[in-house]
Ligand binder design. Sequence first.
Ligand code: AMP
Length: 258
Amino acid sequence: MSFKSLGLSKALLDAVSKQGYTSPSPIQQKAIPLILERKDILASAQTGTGKTAGFTLPMLQILSQGQPLRKRPIRALVLTPTRELAAQVHSNVKSYSEFLDIRSTVIFGGVNQRPQVATLRNGVDILVATPGRLLDLQNQGLLSLSNIEILVLDEADEMMGALHTEVETIFKEIPKTTRTLLFTATMPGVIKQLVQNYLSKNAVTIEADMATIGHQGILHQYTVVEPIEKLDVLLHFLYAREGQKGIIFCKTKAAVNK
Ligand code: AMP
């Protein structure tokens, strides 16, 4: 299957081929036509399946049809649980919209809000945001959610943990006519509840194959240890690989410092 057969415009096909993608991934094959048909979707898809292009490409196509609105109100909102993911999604939005007259920006907490507010003032069609900073700026009257046509929840299961209240508030603030595209790796009760409360009754459920496209050739291994042994085992592992490079992810600031 080709990207062209999914009904994408030339500007988007050019952007896709500039990325070097030759054919759509399974989640893209399923999601793109449904989103172009203006359906709400509930997609089970992990990172690495190509889900970001799966929602960004059709979203860009919908927003680029017709004249841009004069004041450029925010028409599409992508919510992500972390700033890192927000930045990554926005970088994808930028690449795929290279040949379109679409403006986008990203906002997240932990940094000065002033540059973010300045960009918002100029008008953006697509906003990628973490929920906390979004509501913060909305409460200060610095952005409006009243023109949102498309809402994307990326990694919704991650968001419904700590950011449950914020997500619910955002759903209450956006217009009732907003279409929702929900991407999640797992399907806990809170997600089912969210789907029932806020997605259209005609929402379509789709699943990505477990095979991922972006991170092949990585071997995953794990070791079970007592918490008290963890640091020793880790240090042993690192000393055994002196001269190599790596990244260690931790849950808390304290653990990172340690
Ligand atoms: P994601 O699951 O959205 O995080 O995407 C995983 C990786 O796959 C990213 O690096 C994308 O640039 C890449 N990607 C997305 N769609 C395709 C495609 N159709 N063919 C090849 N790579 C892709």
